[in-house]
Structures are given as structure tokens and as C-alpha cells.
Design a protein around this ligand. Structure first.
Ligand code: BG6
Length: 492
């Protein structure tokens, strides 16, 4: 059997997409609280108020006008405010995860639940208590938490008043937050991730066309500051508890050249460097790749990097590499190519692949390709910490009279990806875990929809905010339970 003993099967969520309780028990606001719902064709909007009281909304990639401040406005629906109310349902949800046999549950801590604005000297006790209770509940069932420190939710105060991640001083605020949680949860957590899909900062720029040099300057500086903060967190973790392991988390989009035209092949390699290796190299090797200067020069970027930063990066490489994987895309220099959307990306359409209802190209073999390539590059243990199919689900009455979803399409998607992980392991890749995305239905990050469902557990919550929040097991629930029980041997 390919999957090693102790393989960490499980599922993944993020605080802002599942907790709800956005303003409960002292939590401060984050940008995700000011995002409306969108659809596959209409963007999520950020709502804001200007100093003169004028109100408005802009697509999330654009940012609010100069002088505006994010605001919750009447007449808009904010799906993350209640999400699936994991804040009040965590016991029930964790019991369901345990029933499936989860070995690991990937979740994130909301920074603004711990430090509401980010600048407080003392943490918010109610926030600390919430996560302690979640970890204790997981411990009850022998489920290991895998905790992401940052999953798209910097406290709003830092973003708006202090310049966010473009400001080098934000590193110290993150250091304080990281030290607090690493100290507080010693003995309850073993494995941590620093920044979710850190490489999105550059990929986002591809979503707006064309990004300016100024925007690239901001994005690369933002990333540099996150790299340093991540390195600090790794170092700190090892000092606080030498058994802590800390990983990076990369949005794993596999790119192929669309044609054998050498220009496409080169463009494709440059895409890997820009969107994947740039972050992975710094976080795994503790230094910038040789191609970094070329990437900066392309956009006249001049970074503020201190000697101390370089020393810190060298001292804080991660222990393991994790990534999300949903799809692949193609790269081309030919302007007549058909394009396709995806996870924080736009690429050329691959004629050999089918796509999800949201246009994400389904490519299980791409997962094997990625695993083998990345393992060879870094030789660090790998975890797939997000993978899954966002699909429309129909809740129907099952044979036993209970409501369910016949989600064979989800089972098929996951099975093909598990097969490819197995082959990669047989080929020598040190893959140590797999957490499917949205193991319980939650709010989509990209579109804010509930109807884009990934879970083994259906949550009765609709896009218009209605629903009972009741949880129902889909067909995939029993399938995944069997996969875990057989350690991947029975995936039929
Ligand atoms: C990743 C994120 O980008 O993909 C998750 O880490 C996100 O937060 C997931 O939910 C799936 O994307 P979406 O847009 O379908 O929710």
C-alpha cells in the first residue's frame, strides 16, 4: 500500500469562511467582512464610505478610492458575517469530522479575534478561549490540528491605517500575534502554516489588466515583508517548542506551455518562477532565487530589504511544504488563445481537459506532476492541504429518510486525485498528508457563494442568507470515511 502509516487524512477550512460571529466576543473587523457575495460571472464587491459620507462599492481587485474606508453598508449582504456559524457549531462539526475518521483538521486562526486591531498590547481573552476549546475538542477525538496563522484576514486597522503588508512595521505586529498563539497553544498544536497561498499576492495582479509598475512594487514589497514575518514565526516556533513543525502554503497552479513554440515554453518557465518558485524558494531555501532580480527589473521594482531581513530569511526556512491544488492552466504568448479562469488566476484553456461549473480545469495528473517536481526541488515533506470540487449540490431525501446529496461527481474528482498522490508516493515523494478543501460546505473565497459547495457535509445555508444551518451527510461522507479507514487502499 502506497500511503504510509500515519498519513494525515483530513479536511480543511478557514476562519473567515466558516466561523461567522464576525463581531462577537471582541473580534475586530477584517477586509473579508466588507466583501459582498458575487457569482461565477460577477465579482465580489468591497463596500466603503468616503470622508464626506458618500458610500459605494468596488470590485474586490480594485481597492477602495483614495481616502475611502471599508464599511458595512445597509442594503448589502455580507456572506462571511455568519458564514456557516462554525463558531457556535464546532462541537457538532468536529464530531462529524471524527466520524469520518479525520486524522488531521486544517483550520485557521482569525488574527483579529486575537488582536482586534493588531496593535493592542494584550490579546483578546475570548478569542484565545475559543480556539483553545476547538483544539481541546479535536484532542478528544485524536484529531491533529494543522493551524494556518493567516488565511486572508489581516485586521482591518493594520490594512487601512498602517499601510498593511507593504509597511515593514507590520512584521512586528505579526511577530506579536505569532508569539501569542505559539505560546498559548503549546501542547495542543504540533503543526503550523504561516501564510495561506502566499503567492496569490502576485497572481492577483494578473486578475486586473494590466497591473502598473507601482502595483508590482507594492506586491513585491508586501511579499518580502510576509517572507520575513514567516521566517520569524518559524524561528520563534522552534524556540518555543522544539517539536513544533512549521510549513509554507502555496497556491499550487500547474502551468503547461500551450504550444511547443519556444516562446511559450520560456513564458511557461517564467510563469512557474514568478507565481510559484519565487515564494517557495524563499520560504524553503531561505533566500531569493537567482531569477528574482529579473522579475523585479521587469517592473522597475526597488525593494526595501535590510541586511537583518536577509539574515532572518536564512535562519527561518520552513520544515515542510504545503499547497492547494485544484487545477492546471496553460501559458502562451499567442494572443488568440481562449482563456479560462481559475483559483486566483487566468490562463489559456487546455483542449485536453474538462472544467468545473466555475471554469476551473480538472487535471488530476497535474497533481502528480506538481508533487514530483516540487519534492525534487526542495526535498522537504509535502502536504496537499486543499483539493476538491466546488459544485452545485441538490439536497434530496435519501433511502433512510434523511436528507443527503448524491455527489458522485465529487467522489470521482477526489478519487482521481488520490490515485495520482499514490503514484507520486510510489515514485518516492515524501507526501505526509491530504486535507480536502471545504470538508464542510462554507463560503467561497472567490465568489462569496454558498452554492459553490465542496463539503462532505452539506450546510443548509443559502446565498441570500436564509437557511437553518443544519448539517447533512452527503454520499461523499461515507466514501471518504472508507478511504481513511483503509488508509487509501479502498477508493472505489
Ligand atoms: C483557495 C483558498 O484559494 O481556494 C480558499 O485558500 C478557497 O480560501 C479555495 O476557498 C477555493 O476557492 P473558492 O473561490 O472556490 O472558494
Amino acid at each position: 500500500m502506497a500511503f504510509p502509516e500515519g498519513f494525515l487524512w483530513g479536511g480543511a477550512t478557514a476562519a473567515n469562511q466558516c466561523e461567522g460571529a464576525w463581531d462577537v466576543d471582541g473580534r475586530g473587523p477584517a477586509e473579508t467582512d466588507m466583501l459582498t457575495g458575487g457569482t461565477v460571472n460577477t465579482p465580489r464587491m468591497l463596500t466603503y464610505r468616503m470622508p464626506d459620507g458618500t458610500e459605494g462599492a468596488v470590485p474586490q481587485w480594485e481597492g477602495v478610492p483614495q481616502g475611502g474606508r471599508l464599511a458595512v453598508l445597509d442594503g448589502y449582504l455580507y456572506p462571511n458575517h455568519d458564514a456557516i456559524d462554525f463558531y457556535h457549531h464546532y462541537k457538532e462539526d468536529i464530531a462529524l469530522f471524527a466520524e469520518m475518521g479525520f486524522k488531521q483538521y486544517r483550520m485557521s486562526i482569525s488574527w483579529s479575534r486575537i488582536y482586534p486591531t493588531g496593535i493592542e498590547d494584550e490579546p483578546n481573552q475570548a478569542g484565545l478561549d475559543f480556539y483553545r476549546n476547538v483544539f481541546l475538542e479535536l484532542q478528544k477525538y485524536g484529531i491533529e490540528p494543522l493551524v494556518t496563522m493567516w488565511h486572508f484576514d489581516t485586521p482591518n486597522y493594520i490594512e487601512e491605517e498602517l499601510g498593511g503588508w507593504e509597511n515593514h512595521d507590520t512584521i512586528a505586529l505579526f511577530d506579536k500575534y505569532a508569539r501569542t498563539i505559539l505560546t498559548e497553544y503549546k501542547g495542543l498544536v504540533k503543526n503550523w502554516l504561516t501564510f495561506n497561498e502566499i503567492n496569490n499576492t502576485i497572481s492577483f495582479l494578473g486578475m486586473m489588466a494590466p497591473a502598473t509598475d507601482e502595483q508590482f512594487q507594492g506586491a513585491y514589497q508586501h511579499l518580502h515583508n510576509k517572507f520575513v514575518a514567516s521566517a520569524h514565526a518559524v524561528k520563534m516556533a522552534h524556540e518555543i517548542d522544539p517539536s513544533y513543525k512549521v510549513g509554507c502554503m502555496i497556491c499550487g497552479i500547474v502551468d503547461y506551455p500551450l504550444t511547443p513554440d519556444p516562446d511559450d515554453v520560456i513564458a511557461n518557465r517564467y510563469m512557474w518562477e514568478k507565481s510559484l518558485f519565487y515564494c517557495g524558494d524563499v520560504q524553503c531555501k531561505g533566500k531569493y532565487g537567482t531569477y528574482a532580480k529579473r522579475l523585479w527589473d521587469e517592473h522597475n521594482v526597488k525593494l526595501e530589504i535590510t541586511d537583518q531581513d536577509l539574515k532572518d530569511l536564512a535562519e527561518g526556512p520552513v520544515d515542510f511544504y504545503t499547497f492547494s491544488y485544484y487545477q492546471s492552466a496553460c501559458v502562451t504568448t499567442h494572443t488568440d488563445a481562449e482563456t479560462t479562469k481559475g483559483n486566483m488566476t487566468i490562463g489559456a484553456k487546455n483542449p485536453y481537459l474538462t472544467a468545473s461549473d466555475w471554469g476551473w480545469q480538472i487535471d488530476p495528473k497535474g497533481l502528480r506532476y506538481f508533487l514530483e517536481l516540487i519534492y525534487d526541488r526542495y526535498e522537504k515533506p509535502l502536504m496537499v492541504v486543499e483539493n476538491g470540487l466546488g459544485a452545485y449540490d441538490d439536497l434530496v431525501e435519501g433511502e433512510n429518510g434523511e436528507m443527503t446529496v448524491h455527489d458522485q461527481y465529487r467522489i470521482d474528482y477526489l478519487r482521481e486525485h488520490v490515485k495520482e498522490m499514490e503514484i507520486a508516493i510510489e515514485h518516492g515523494v515524501d507526501l505526509i498528508g491530504y486535507t480536502t478543501w471545504g470538508c464542510i460546505d462554507l463560503v467561497s473565497a472567490g465568489t462569496g457563494e454558498m452554492r459553490k459547495r465542496y463539503g462532505f457535509i452539506y450546510v443548509d445555508k443559502n446565498d441570500d442568507g436564509t437557511g437553518t444551518m443544519a448539517r447533512y451527510k452527503k454520499d461523499s461522507f461515507a466514501w471518504y470515511k472508507k478511504v481513511i479507514a483503509s488508509n487509501g487502499a479502498d477508493i472505489a
